[in-house]
Every structure is written in C-alpha cells, then in structure tokens.
Write a protein of this length. Structure first.
Length: 207
C-alpha cells in the first residue's frame, strides 16, 4: 500500500526542497518539517486507550496512546534527519540505524553499519529515508529488519520513483509506504526525475 500525502503544506515544502536555489540550512529545516507531517499520516492508526483525569473544570475520560512499543530506523545518512525530527513526536520510541550507501556504478546498496533495538521484533517499526529511487537500499534495509524479527514495518520517504515503489511492492508487499510524492522516473544515473537531487549531499552540504 502506498499513501501519498497530498496535504498542501507538504506539497509546498517539497517544492521548496526541489528548488536548486534552496541552501543547506533551509533544506534541512524543510526535511525535518516534511518528516513531521509525514509522521502525522504514517502514525494515524496508532492505538489509543482512555485515561481518566481531571481538567481544571471537571473529570473525564480522555484519549492517550496505548504505549505500544515503537522503533524509528534511519537509513544512513539521509534518513537520520527524518528520525531526529520524528522522535520529538514519539520520545519513547527506540531508534535504530542501518548504514547503506548506493554504489554509484552498480546502483546496488552496500551495507556498512547495523544497530537495532534489541527488542525490535516486538516493536512497530518506521523506517526513514528521504529518497526511494531504485528501491535497492530500502528493500535491503527492510530485509535486515525482517531478519531481526520485525513484522510491522512502515517505510517513510519524502520522494519516490515509480521504480522504487514497484521494488518495495514486489519484495515487501506487507510494507506500507508513506511518501510526499511519486515522481516521473529515474535517469541513467539512478536519480529521481524531476526529483530534488542528492538528499544526503543537500542535507549535509557535502557537494
Ligand atoms: O533507492 P536507491 O536506488 O537505493 O537510492 C536511494 C538511496 O540513495 C541515497 O543514499 P546514498 O547512497 O546517497 O547515501 P547517503 O544517504 O549516505 O548520501 C538515499 O538516501 C537512499 O538511501
Ligand atoms: O534522486 C536521488 C536518488 C538517490 N538518492 C538521492 O539522494 N537522490
Ligand atoms: Mg546521498
């Protein structure tokens, strides 16, 4: 299942991210803001229960999260900015990191780091990566989460290519994808068109 978050605030901020004139500071801020808005959609089915308390006016039953365990897992590097924003909404969530980079020649993911919460199998998992291009990185990250026992996984991306969405749907049909937009296609270098360029480089100013 793919949910495209068409909310005007998300679409406006994504357009600012696409603009080649947007510098590192503003790009980072926008990536954080879009991540929070994506989380609003991705987490809309979190379970609620009620708690009885007194407001200054009267006693009542009010909704609170059930406290079901959550994990946020960043695909390094670029996914880090998303988990750092989203953890402010769910401060009890554990945070995992999966280090992958995409080989520029083969476009295949190369794994270099993996540190997940020990009880990941018991947690609902939200994987973050701003870009879903060929889908190789996200598919490999989701596979390593499943190998560690994770069962309930949502993939949160800012921008996707149809090719990447198809790969996740093929490899992990159980995974819900939440994304701000699905663009036209990939170019010969595996970049999303029209896209927003290299997310990691734009977040960290490495180009
Ligand atoms: O869907 P794919 O074709 O695998 O491409 C997407 C991946 O490429 C980018 O990471 P990159 O390899 O540039 O690493 P970085 O985050 O360290 O910059 C991006 O953040 C994704 O992880
Ligand atoms: O367009 C793309 C594709 C992969 N990774 C990025 O950062 N951008
Ligand atoms: Mg990059």
């Amino acid at each position: 299942m793919v949910s495209v978050v068409t909310h005007p605030l998300v679409q406006h901020k994504l357009t600012l991210m696409r603009d080649v004139r947007t510098g590192v500071k503003e790009f980072r801020e926008l990536a954080s803001e879009v991540s929070l808005l994506l989380a609003y959609e991705a987490m809309r089915d979190l379970e609620l229960t009620t708690e009885t308390l007194e407001t200054p006016i009267q006693q009542g039953d009010f909704p609170v999260l059930t406290g079901k365990k959550l994990a946020l897992v960043a695909i390094l590097r670029a996914g880090l900015i998303m988990t750092e924003a989203i953890v402010t909404l769910v401060p009890a969530a554990k945070v995992g990191h999966i280090g992958l980079y995409r080989d520029p020649e083969t476009l295949l993911p190369v794994a270099y780091y993996n540190k997940l919460p020990a009880d990941i199998a018991e947690r609902r998992v939200f994987v973050t990566d701003p870009m879903l291009a060929t889908g190789g990185s996200a598919s490999a990250a989701i596979q390593s989460l499943k190998d560690a026992g994770a069962q309930n996984i949502t993939l949160m991306c800012i921008l996707a290519a149809p090719e990447g969405v198809a790969v996740i749907e093929r490899d992990h049909p159980d995974v819900h994808i939440v994304v701000a937009a699905v663009d036209s296609h990939l170019n010969d270098h595996g970049y999303i068109v029209p896209g927003l360029g290299d997310a990691g480089d734009r977040i960290y100013g490495t180009k």
